[in-house]
Design a protein around this ligand. Structure first.
Ligand code: SF4
Length: 76
């Protein structure tokens, strides 16, 4: 389970976040490209925009469910 105490600093404010367990598999950037992207140095994925509609929320939930190391959290 993701831990909000270990959010990566790049995440924007809001309910969804990536924590420091990310293994850079990129699945979330495919599942929810409107909300997740890779850091410029590829060291981690992060949430660059919180979901703004139902489709984006659904995509973020899918990313949360499919992340292989449970590095995505929703504390909303
Ligand atoms: S799905 Fe999880 S492990 Fe893969 S890039 Fe996204 S946060 Fe990182």
């Amino acid at each position: 389970m993701a831990d909000k105490a270990n959010k990566v600093p790049l995440n924007v404010e809001g309910p969804y976040y990536v924590d420091d367990q990310c293994i850079t598999c990129r699945l979330c950037t495919t599942d929810a490209p409107a909300n997740f992207k890779m850091a410029d140095d590829e060291s981690t994925a992060y949430v660059y925009k919180q979901p703004e509609n139902d489709a984006e929320k659904e995509a973020c939930e899918e990313a949360l469910d499919t992340c292989p190391v449970d590095a995505i959290g929703n504390d909303g």
